[in-house]
Design a protein. Structure first.
Length: 454
C-alpha cells in the first residue's frame, strides 16, 4: 500500500473539463438510440437504413482511434482535444440540419471519428497532467461522470422527443459543448508540439479498414466480413512490427504490465458488453418484463458501476490497478455464476441484489486495468497506450457480444431456459478468463515494482 500524493486544483479542473467532454460523447450515443424510431418516421426510411445512424457513429469512432497518437504528437494532446470537440459540435449542427437519412449517416460517421479522437486525447491530457501515482483518482472521477451519460441520456432523450422533433437530440450537444470548449480554453493545457515521424500510410490504411470492419462484422454476425477484417489486422500487425515508425506501437504490448493490462481490458470488455446484450433480453424473454420495465430494473446495476468506478480510482492509487482489478473480476465472476439457475420464480429482490453486486464488480475491474496500462508507459508513449486500450476494449466488446448472441440464438431453439443457460455459461467463461488476466496484471505490477526498488 502506498500513500497517494495530493492532486492540485488546476489538474482537477482540467480533468473535470475532460470528463464533461467524455460525458457529451457518451451521452450522444445513448440519446440518439432513443430517437431512431422518430428519425425513421420523419425521414421516411426503413429500420435497417436508420440503424446506420448508430452504426456509422461506432465505425467512425473505431476508424479514428489509430490516428490519435500521431495527431497528439503533432498538435499536443490538449490542442487536439479542442479541435476534436469543435468537430463534434460542428457535426452535431450538421446532423440536426441533415435533410435526409444518407446525409445524416455520413455526418454521424464523421461525428464518431471526432468522438474517438476526443476520448483518447482527453485520456492522454489527464495522464500527462497527473502522472502515474495520481492517475487512478482522476480516471475514477472521469469514469463517474462519463458513466452517468447512458443513465441520463435515454431519459433526457425521451423527454425531448415528447415535445420536439428528432433534431433536438443533436442541438442539445451545442450548449453543453460550448461550455466545455470555453472552460477548456482556460483550464486545459495545450500540450507540447513535436515533429511526428513520417505517417505510416500503409499501416493506417490497414488498421482503419480492418478494425471497423471486424467490429461491424462481429456485431452483425457476418463471418465473411469478420474474416476480412481479421485478415487486414493480421497484415497490419505483421507490417507494424517491421517498420521503424508504425502508426501504433504494438511492441508496447510485449511489456508485462501493459500486455497484461490490455488482456484484462479485452476480456473485461467482452464480459461487460456480452452482459449488456444478454441481460435486457433475459428480463424480457425469460422473466417476462416489458422493454421499459427491463430498463428500469437494469438501472441500479448501472448506477452501482458508476459509483464504484469512483471508489476504484482511489483504491488504484493506493493499492495498484492489478489488485483492484482482480478484486472486481472475482466479484463479477461470483455474481455471474448463479444467473443460469435464476428464472421467473426467483424473487426480484434477490436478482436485484446480485446485479447490484455485479455492477460494483464492473466498476472495480475495467478502469483500474486501463489506469495500470497508462501508468506503465512514458509520457511520449501515452498516446499509443490510450489508443491501444480503447481499441482492445471495443474489439473485446464485439467478440463477447457476438459469442453470447450466437450461443443464445442456438439455445433458444430448444427453450428459453436452455438458451440463456448456455449464454450465461459463455459469460461466466469470459469472467474466468478475466480473473486470470487480472491476476497476471497484478503479478506483472508487483514484479515491476520489485525491479524498480531493487
Amino acid at each position: 500500500m502506498t500513500t497517494a500524493p495530493p492532486i492540485p486544483r488546476t489538474v482537477w479542473l482540467a480533468s473535470g473539463v475532460m470528463a464533461l467532454g467524455g460525458f457529451l460523447g457518451n451521452m450522444d450515443g445513448s440519446i440518439v438510440a432513443v430517437g431512431l424510431e422518430s428519425m425513421r418516421l420523419r425521414l421516411g426510411v426503413g429500420l435497417i437504413e436508420i440503424q446506420w445512424v448508430a452504426t456509422a457513429f461506432l465505425l467512425g469512432l473505431a476508424a479514428a482511434l489509430p490516428l490519435t497518437p500521431w495527431l497528439v504528437r503533432k498538435l499536443g494532446a490538449g490542442r487536439l482535444w479542442l479541435w476534436a470537440l469543435a468537430a463534434f459540435l460542428l457535426t452535431s449542427v450538421a446532423c440536426a440540419l441533415a435533410p435526409d437519412a444518407v446525409t445524416l449517416i455520413a455526418f454521424r460517421a464523421v461525428q464518431g471519428m471526432a468522438t474517438g479522437i476526443m476520448v483518447t486525447a482527453g485520456q492522454t491530457v489527464i495522464g500527462l497532467a497527473v502522472g502515474p501515482d495520481r492517475l487512478g483518482r482522476t480516471m475514477g472521477t472521469l469514469g463517474l461522470v462519463v458513466g452517468l451519460a447512458p443513465v441520463v441520456g435515454p431519459s433526457v432523450g425521451g423527454f425531448l422527443l415528447a415535445h420536439f422533433s428528432w433534431p433536438v437530440l443533436f442541438w442539445l450537444n451545442v450548449p453543453i459543448g460550448l461550455v466545455a470548449f470555453g472552460l477548456a480554453l482556460r483550464y486545459v493545457p495545450r500540450g507540447e508540439r513535436a515533429q511526428p515521424p513520417p505517417m505510416d500510410w500503409p499501416g493506417l490504411t490497414l488498421v482503419s479498414l480492418g478494425l471497423p470492419l471486424l467490429v461491424y462484422a462481429l456485431t452483425e454476425l457476418n463471418g465473411v466480413l469478420a474474416a476480412v477484417g481479421a485478415g487486414a489486422l493480421a497484415v497490419f500487425t505483421w507490417w507494424s512490427l517491421r517498420v521503424r515508425h508504425p502508426v501504433l506501437r504494438l511492441r508496447l504490448a510485449a511489456r508485462p504490465v501493459l500486455g497484461s493490462a490490455l488482456a484484462a481490458v479485452l476480456l473485461a470488455g467482452a464480459g461487460m458488453f456480452g452482459a449488456v446484450l444478454l441481460l435486457p433480453l433475459w428480463f424480457q424473454v425469460r422473466l417476462g418484463a416489458g422493454p421499459a420495465e427491463a430498463g428500469v430494473l437494469l438501472a441500479p446495476m448501472g448506477l452501482a458501476t458508476t459509483v464504484f468506478v469512483l471508489v476504484a480510482g482511489r483504491l488504484t492509487d493506493r493499492y495498484g490497478g492489478g489488485t483492484v482489478s482482480l478484486t472486481g473480476a472475482l466479484v463479477v465472476l461470483a455474481s455471474t455464476v448463479p444467473l443460469p439457475w435464476f428464472g421467473p420464480d426467483t424473487p426480484m429482490w434477490l436478482i436485484q441484489a446480485l446485479l447490484l453486486v455485479r455492477g460494483a464488480g464492473l466498476g472495480l475491474s475495467i478502469m483500474p486495468a486501463s489506469t495500470a496500462a497508462y501508468a506503465s508507459v512514458a509520457a511520449d508513449e501515452l498516446g499509443h497506450a490510450t489508443a491501444l486500450v480503447n481499441i482492445v476494449m471495443r474489439v473485446g466488446g464485439a467478440v463477447g457480444g457476438a459469442a453470447c448472441v450466437i450461443v443464445l440464438s442456438r439455445g433458444l431453439s430448444a427453450a428459453p431456459s436452455t438458451g440463456f443457460g448456455w449464454a450465461f455459461g459463455v459469460l461466466a467463461a469470459l469472467c474466468v478468463l478475466s480473473v486470470l488476466a487480472t491476476a497476471w496484471l497484478r503479478r506483472a505490477e508487483r514484479m515491476s515494482t520489485m525491479d524498480v526498488t531493487a
